[in-house]
Design a protein around this ligand. Structure first.
Ligand code: NAG
Ligand code: NAG
Length: 222
């Protein structure tokens, strides 16, 4: 009796396994047909867009020397996209010389060099110009090419490590170190660790003291 029951059970499990196998095979077959039809559709679609794109402006390709003709492709980046050669066929344009509108175009072009600062009473951005008196100090902080103070914040380890870096220091770096240490201690009511790199001409302070140091630099006239 027990043996018969056991036999029945195993027979049923065999059936279930068979049905499952058939179901899996069927679904695979269905997936394959769907995939094939999608492929066919994609091929058809690609052919269509290829024809359209071959005679239209392809904004994904760049103009320049040594380029190939435009093909219907989506380029992942602008940098790896090929140059186009048949510019006249691809883009219908005319060249206009010295119209009065050129002034408006020129206004939008980027500067070749960083412009000099025009002296003003105050600047709406909050930018502070360097003062002449700073040049007589035993140390000096040179402005960057963008006329900004060389004071930076480096955040690493997901915000845990914050290092304020003062760069482009000239003159007595150790005196400057003592003075900013004293200034930060008085302002924040605690000891602030710094690290001086004499050869690299920078000082790093432990913690975010960018605003304090910018204030200090402005007060000194840098
Ligand atoms: C491509 O476009 C131009 C103008 O846009 C047209 O004159 C020319 O016949 C087109 N060529 C083809 C092959 O469709
Ligand atoms: C910021 O600190 C990390 C770790 O010390 C360093 O690798 C990285 O170069 C620093 N970045 C800058 C801009 O100084």
């Amino acid at each position: 009796m027990t043996a018969g029951v056991r036999h029945n059970v195993s027979f049923e499990t065999n059936n279930i396994v068979l049905i499952a196998l058939v179901a899996i095979l069927y679904s695979l077959f269905k997936m394959a047909t769907v995939w094939r039809s999608q492929c066919a559709f994609a091929r058809l679609f690609a052919g269509k867009t290829g024809q359209i794109l071959n005679n239209a402006t392809d904004l994904g390709t760049k103009l320049g020397p040594g380029s190939q003709s435009v093909i219907s492709r989506k380029y992942s980046t602008y940098g790896t996209s090929p140059y186009i050669t048949k510019i006249k066929e691809q883009y219908d344009y005319e060249i206009v010389k010295n119209p009065p509108e050129w002034a408006y175009v020129q206004r939008l072009l980027p500067f070749d060099t960083i412009p000099q600062v025009t002296p003003k009473e105050s600047y709406p951005s909050g930018w502070v110009p360097p003062k002449e008196e700073a040049k007589s100090l035993p140390y000096f902080l040179a402005r960057t090419k963008n006329h900004e103070l060389p004071i930076y914040l480096n955040i690493t380890y997901r915000g845990i490590r914050q290092i304020t870096k003062i760069k482009r220091i000239e003159g007595d770096i150790w005196l400057l170190n003592d003075e900013i240490k004293q200034y930060l201690k008085e302002k924040n009511k605690r000891y602030v660790e710094t690290r001086v790199h004499e050869v690299g001409r920078f000082i790093e302070t432990k913690g975010d003291y960018v605003n304090d140091l910018v204030q200090w630099a402005h007060s000194k006239g840098f």
